[in-house]
Design a protein around this ligand. Structure first.
Ligand code: HEC
Ligand code: HEC
Length: 196
């Protein structure tokens, strides 16, 4: 009798230990980790926009920009430069204006056209959804934006809006802009959590 009780107690301890070990990584204790899994789906619901070539052509690896739906390197050896606006002889603004030039293969345009600066290059290429989410929320990588400022950038910035009106011969982002805005705001409303 006594022996079997000890046995049961022991198995409960072992079972609890096993369940704890097998549980989702990092879920023990911290409220942040507990909150993350549930709402990360709301980020995944609009991440396809960020991964669209209209965005990725400026948010890819390397010190150069890209073009078109296949993301081929920008011709004329256009470089980032420290401020992202190009190097001396080839400033982005030499060719890119505040709006699209009409006619195929003419430079598209929006205010502040350029790549993110070299210190915070905001490169999303090769990142998982979780990593991408954390990187845009990280003040060290997003130029000290708060979540509200990040949401404002995503929903109102002219460079971002350009993706829905990219000029002749370029594929616009397929998710309607209104739907994108709604989804981004839904994500913020539940705490802007990232997927696991
Ligand atoms: C012509 C280049 C260009 C295009 C196209 C572009 N971006 Fe950006 N993006 C930038 C630059 C430059 C910054 C930095 C501006 C700043 O910090 O004020 C930036 C910053 C951002 C940030 C800030 C946070 C961070 O860490 O990344 C987000 C979010 C963002 N862009 C989203 C988008 C989305 C979504 C699209 C497509 C719909 C897009 N961008 C298209 C150049 C571009
Ligand atoms: C010498 C002129 C010139 C300079 C300088 C220049 N561009 Fe361009 N860029 C163009 C032209 C022309 C196109 C359109 C090509 C096409 O549609 O076939 C273009 C296209 C692009 C695209 C492609 C958009 C897309 O999604 O297809 C991006 C992004 C871009 N430029 C970014 C930049 C950035 C950032 C700089 C500065 C670092 C820069 N460009 C400097 C001429 C220039």
């Amino acid at each position: 009798m006594k022996l079997s009780r000890t046995f049961w107690r022991l198995s409960t301890v072992i079972l609890t230990a096993l369940v704890t070990l097998a549980g989702p990584r990092g879920s023990a204790g911290s409220t942040m980790a507990v909150k993350e899994p549930a709402n990360g789906d709301l980020f995944t619901a609009f991440v396809s926009v960020l991964r669209h070539p209209r965005c990725m052509n400026c948010h890819s690896r390397g010190d150069f920009t890209r073009q078109s739906d296949d993301g081929h390197p920008h011709p004329m050896n256009v470089r980032r430069g420290t401020d992202g606006r190009g190097v001396t002889a080839e400033k982005c603004s030499t060719c890119h204006q505040d709006q699209n030039l009409s006619g195929s293969h003419l430079p598209p345009g929006a205010p502040n056209w350029g790549l993110p600066p070299a210190t915070t290059p905001m490169i999303w290429e090769g990142l998982s959804n979780a990593q991408l989410c954390r990187s845009i929320k990280d003040p060290k990588q997003n130029r000290n934006r708060t979540i509200d400022q990040l949401v404002e950038h995503l929903t109102e910035d002219k460079l971002v809006m350009w993706g829905w009106n990219p000029g002749e011969g370029r594929t616009a982002i397929p998710m309607p802009h209104e739907e994108f805005v709604t989804r981004v705001k839904e994500w913020r409303a539940v705490g802007a959590s990232c997927p696991n």
